[in-house]
Ligand binder design. Structure first.
Ligand code: TPP
Length: 344
């Protein structure tokens, strides 16, 4: 369990932090609605898996604030390219991927906008969004993102690339290669590591001999920061600063280690009771990002009980609509099996 200095970053009642960051009360309610929707969708996907309809689900519960904060800063910037990983549902919603697309992707139906139901769920690219979800081969998006960032620099473009991955991804050799190359070439890239302290069942202390992954950045010649990844505003501030630094003439990469939680098993195929204690899971639940944002907004009087009920109701309705529509969609036609397959 990480020490986070609960509430320290949330400002005061007189001047709540979000206002000093230029975010209006209305914008905060919108963000709370987005996080509520993310949670409702995640719960629905898990249920669809248990009904035998969605083959595999990698829950994003515990990562929502980090993913939403990255998405918000990148979207607001307006010139970012993303290499997200499988728990980045909130980020994808910020970038306009609809709940229906997310459900249809998990059901492997023809309408999947990333791969037409022909690949591992949601993998691939959709040409109208600035993102590529490369593959579930852990760490494979790291070198690709640095290559993309250096490419933008060579072309004189101002685009900043963001790549996200887990602590397990950071244990891959590719992570070190990517960080080294990014440091040498001052690539305009932001490394976002979601550290939930577990790579499936392997705890952090069996992956590395350091407490903070951010410490590694110094070895590659750029800054690394530890961020409370369950605190939306702390994430937002740090990602914004890292994007600005990436674009500066003498800037370059930043490594952000988001201390997040994993509130569900690794995937729907995993039984975490075999390796995780009930106490550890309870401690994680104490840092639930949705609860944290709700307390913040309630304490400063921005979120009322009736608004909360409305937001939850709207999320439920949207998830129901998305599910109904996605369930009606057809599976890919077997006669189109070879479509999109490379042939010399
Ligand atoms: C190269 C590779 N090795 C192993 C796996 C199997 N695998 C899938 S997810 C995962 C753990 C990833 O952990 P982490 O990067 O910390 O992300 P988390 O799932 O905890 O968010 C592993 C080992 C894989 N997909 N790719």
């Amino acid at each position: 369990m990480f020490q986070t200095g609960e509430g320290a970053s949330l400002g005061t009642e007189a001047m709540p932090l979000h206002r000093s960051l230029g975010l209006t009360d209305e914008a905060m309610l919108g963000l709370y609605a987005k996080m509520t929707l993310t949670r409702a969708l995640d719960d629905r996907l898990w249920a669809l898996n248990r009904q035998g309809k969605a083959p595999l689900v990698a829950s994003c519960q515990g990562v929502e604030a980090a993913s939403l904060g990255v998405g918000l800063a990148a979207k607001e910037d307006g010139d970012c390219f993303l290499f997200p990983y499988y728990r980045d549902m909130a980020l994808k919603l910020v970038f306009g991927i609809t709940p229906m697309e997310l459900v249809i992707g998990h059901l492997g139906k023809e309408g999947d906008s990333f791969n037409g139901g022909r690949q591992f769920l949601l993998q691939g690219a959709s040409t109208d969004r600035p993102m590529i979800q490369t593959s579930n081969v852990v760490g494979s998006n790291l070198c690709q993102s640095v290559g993309y960032a250096i490419g933008c620099k060579i072309l004189g473009e101002k685009t900043v690339t963001l790549v996200s991955f887990g602590d397990g991804g950071s244990s891959q050799g590719e992570c070190h290669e990517a960080m080294n190359f990014a440091g040498v070439h001052k690539a305009p890239v932001v490394f976002v590591c979601y550290n939930n302290r577990l790579a499936i069942s392997v705890p952090q202390e069996k992956q590395m001999a350091i407490k903070d992954l951010a410490d590694r950045a110094a070895g590659y010649g750029f800054p690394g920061r530890v961020v409370d990844g369950t605190d939306l505003l702390e994430v937002y501030q740090n990602v914004k600063a890292a994007i600005e630094r990436a674009r500066e003439e003498s800037g370059g990469p930043t490594f952000l280690e988001m201390k997040v939680e994993r509130l569900r098993p690794h995937t729907s195929d995993d039984d975490d009771t075999r390796y995780r204690s009930a106490e550890d899971l309870e401690a994680s639940k104490g840092r639930d990002p949705l609860v944290k944002l709700r307390s913040y907004l309630t304490n400063i009087g921005v979120l009322t009980t009736s608004q909360e009920e409305r937001i939850r109701g709207e999320a439920r309705e949207e998830v129901n609509r998305a599910t109904e529509e996605a369930e009606k969609a057809e599976p890919p036609d077997p006669s189109t099996l070879m479509r999109h397959v490379y042939s010399p």
